[in-house]
Design a binder for this molecule. Structure first.
Ligand SMILES: Nc1ncnc2c1ncn2[C@@H]1O[C@H](COP(=O)(O)OP(=O)(O)OP(=O)(O)O)[C@@H](O)[C@H]1O
Ligand SMILES: [Mg+2]
Length: 250
């Protein structure tokens, strides 16, 4: 069974077909990449899947369950986490604090832990988990650094760390290595490969094909709100339709 499947998913903005009957399938424990020229509908697709936009047509299935039109928090409860750039207030917090607050949204029973001792134990476990994740991402040495002092790539790793704190089944990212130095960008994708082995699925939009193609299992190409090609990386890169939309600017 596919972990994610969209059927004929459409999203219109004032008559503009930003998504036009899009069928995308994602296999469990893979890294699926969506590429395409500017304005082709990539971000609209992931925002619709994650519940930030309500689709005008079509369905979204996650693990076989229909999650179409659910609000973002409900979709999140199904195990899909979409990362966002770290907002300003969080940048004043340390790296560790950033991970610790990541779970609050999940509504884990923090409020139920009325007894102080229970609360302390939970807090301790949370810190332990955060440190394990920071170690895995190789940024544990930065744990007490305020986030605004980090490089762009380090911040991306913190965003991944926050996503991991929620125990996701699928991580969705929009341009995770935009503006990140090549060496660190490769390291980020090497971490994704490790996380895949641990059972996590990735759905990623990215323009920097030179960096990411080697880490990708399957590719969808969008243009004008539609999927115009799909396949393994080498197939897609050699598809004349893909070459044409890139050269023709969409
Ligand atoms: N909230 C919105 N309201 C109106 N139009 C929108 C909205 N979001 C996106 N669009 C339009 O929908 C189309 C697809 O946009 P989208 O952001 O999904 O493209 P993209 O493939 O992510 O592009 P890029 O590579 O530049 O990020 C564009 O024409 C865009 O202007
Ligand atoms: Mg976009």
């Amino acid at each position: 069974m596919k972990i994610l499947e969209t059927r004929s998913l459409s999203k219109f903005f004032d008559g503009l077909k930003a998504l036009n009957r899009v069928n995308i399938e994602v296999d469990r424990q893979t890294l699926t990449l969506i590429i395409g020229p500017n304005g082709s509908g990539k971000s609209t697709f992931i925002n619709t899947v994650c519940g930030f936009y309500k689709p005008d047509e079509g369905r979204v299935y996650f693990e076989g369950r229909d999650i179409t039109g659910l609000p973002p928090n409900k979709i999140y409860e199904h195990g899909i986490v979409r990362t966002f750039q770290t907002p300003q207030p969080l940048k004043k917090m340390t790296v560790l604090e950033n991970l610790l607050v990541a779970n609050v949204h999940r509504g884990e029973k923090v409020l139920n832990a009325l007894r102080y001792s229970t609360w302390l134990k939970q807090e301790e476990e949370l810190v332990e988990r955060a440190f394990k994740i920071l170690e895995f991402l190789k940024i544990d040495h930065l744990w007490d650094r305020e986030s605004y002092k980090l490089s762009g790539g380090q911040l991306k790793l913190v965003e991944v760390g926050r996503a991991l704190m929620t125990n996701p089944k699928m991580i969705v990212m929009d341009e995770p290595v935009a503006g990140v130095a090549p060496a660190l960008a490769h390291e980020i994708f090497e971490r994704f490969v490790e996380l895949k082995k641990k059972g996590i699925t990735f759905l990623i939009v990215e323009h920097r094909l030179d960096i990411v193609m080697g880490y990708v299992d399957y590719v969808y190409v969008m243009a004008n709100g539609q999927v115009i090609s799909k396949g393994f990386p080498e197939e897609v890169l050699n598809d004349p339709r893909v070459v044409e939309v890139y050269l023709g600017g969409g």
